[in-house]
Design a protein around this ligand. Sequence first.
Ligand code: GCB
Length: 590
Amino acid sequence: MKRSLLIFVLSATFAFGADLITNVDNRDTTSLNGSWRMIIDPYESGFYDYRYNESRWGYFRDAEPRDKSDLVEYSFDKAELISVPGDWNSQMEKLFLYEGTVWYRKTFDYQLDEGKRLFVYFGAANYETIAYLNDKKLGRHEGGFTPFCFEITNHVKPKDNSLVVKVDNKRVETAVPTVMSDWWNYGGLTRRVMLIEESETFIQDSFIQLEQGSRSQIAGWVQLEGSEKQQEIELSIPEAGISKAFRTDENGRAEISLKADLQLWSPQNPKLYDVVIEAGGSRLENQIGFRSIETKGDEILLNGSPVYLRGICIHEEAPLREGRAFLKEDAEILLEWAKQLNCNFVRLAHYPHNEYMTRLADQMGIMVWSEIPLYWTISWENEKVYKNALSQLDEMINRDKNKASVIMWSVANETPISRRRTEFLASLTDEARKLDSTRLITAALEKHTRGSSMHVDDPLGKYLDVLGCNEYEGWYSGDKGFSRTWETPYNKPLVMSEFGGGALQGYHADSETRWSEEFQASLYEKQFGMLNKIDFLRGTTPWILRDFRSPRRPLADIQDFYNRKGLISERGEKKKAFYLLQEWYEEKMQ
Ligand code: GCB
C-alpha cells in the first residue's frame, strides 16, 4: 500500500485551544503556580451525570450552596491543597498509585486593559486536560508532556476568577503512550501554569535557524496573530550587526531569509545571540544559537565536522526528591551530572521534557535527542491515535524548534515491526521534516540476530537520518551477544540509544552477582568492548542517568518500584559504572 493512502487528515489538531504561543520565557507572564485546591474524582462524578452524560452541573461550576437548604456535594473552598507544578502521586501518599481524574481550582484577580489579550498556558498536564474559566469550557488537550494554551480575553474578570482544570491520567489503549510503559504514570499539572498577556496583534511564533546544510544563511518565518496581520516587521541580531525588515502577508506570516556571519553554537562554544523581533508595538526577544547538523554516509556532522555523541538517557524525574522534575534547579543538577560524565549529548526519554531542560542545554552546550512517547505497542490502525501522535510531535517541535541544542527528533521507541506501524511512523517522519527541515530524524529501532551478527535492519530505518537501537546484551540475554558483529543495510550513522543493567547502589559483590554494582560495572566494560568494534557507531546513550520509578519493578529490597539501571541512585549517589562511563567518554574526547 502506498503511504499516501494511510495518511489520515493531517491538519487536525488534537486540542481545541489557541495556537501554541512559543518562547514563553521572554513574554509578559503572570505565574499561577503555587497552592491550588483539588478534588479527587475516581468516578468522574464532577463531569458525568448518573446516566454517564456530560453533566451541566459539574465541578467546573465551582458552585457554593445559595442558601442553607441548597445541595452542593463538593466544595473547592474546603478542598485539600496541592502544589502546582507537581505530580499528585508524590505529593500525597494516598495518590501514589492513583490513576484517574483530579479536579484543580485556582482563583485569581486580573485587570486586563482594553485592547489587550490574555491566555492561560500549561507547560504540560498528564494526560487529558479539560479547562474551564468562570464556568466556561475553554478546551481540551490530550498528551502528557507538551504545552498548550487557551485564550481567556473574553472570559476573564477583574476579580475572583475561577480556573478549574480536570486532569485525568487513566491509561487507555488508544492513548499515546498506551497502557504499558516502564515509567511512573505521574498525573496532574506537572509543569508551570501561567497567564500570558499580549497586544491585540502579537508575535505568536517564529522559526529562526540556519538553513539546512548552510552555516551562513538564516532561514525561517515569523507568525503574527491578531487583526493587523499585514505589517512591517523588523528582525535584528544586534551583536552580529544584523537588522532587516520583512513584511507579513494576509495570514500574518513573513518568510525570513538573510545572510549572517555568526559564531556557531557547539558544545565547546555554546554561543547564543539575542534575536529581536519587532512588529507594530510588540517586541519579542529570544536567545538563539546557530549551528548546522547533518549526516553524510554514516557520519554525523556538527558545523561540518564529524562528531561522536557521548550521551546518556534521562527520565524527567526530580534528581534529589520523589516525583516529576519541574524546577530549573532539577534541570541544572541532571545536566550537570551529564557534564560530569563527559557527555556532549543527552537523550530525553521517552517524551518531551520540561522546557528548562532544552533552554539549559542550549546554554551549557549539550546536544539533545527529543522524542514523543510512541512507545512499545501502539494502536497503529486507529486514526485518532495517529492524530494524537502527530499533535504531540507538532507541539514538541514547535516549542523547541529554535533551540540549537536539539539536534534530533525521535518518532518512536522499540515499536514492533508491522506494515501498518512502519507506514504510520514513516508518515510522521515526513511531517517532522515538513515542520522542521533543519534537524535529524531518528527512532529507537528493532534489530535481529542472524548467526553471529546483529542486524539493524528495521524497515523504518529507510526513513530516518540516524538509526537508533536499544540492546541489553548481558542483562536480558547472556554474554554471548558481546561477541557478535553489528551490521546494517543502511549507510547511516547509528546511535546505540540504550544499553545497561541494574544495580542497587551500595550493594557490593563479585561481578557475577546480579544487582551488585560490580555486575553493572562489568557489564559496561563488556559493552565498551563490543561497541568499540561497530564501525558505523556515532553515539551512545546508555540507560540511564538515575534510577527511576517504575510500577514494573516490584522486587523487594532491590527494586522497590525503581528501575535500577541508573548510574546514580535516587538519592544522588553514584555507582561504579558511572566512573567507567566517565572514563570511556574521556577517551573518546581525545
Ligand atoms: C527499554 C525501554 C526502557 C526501559 C528499559 C529497561 O528498552 O526503552 O524504557 O526502561 O528497556 O530497563 O528494560
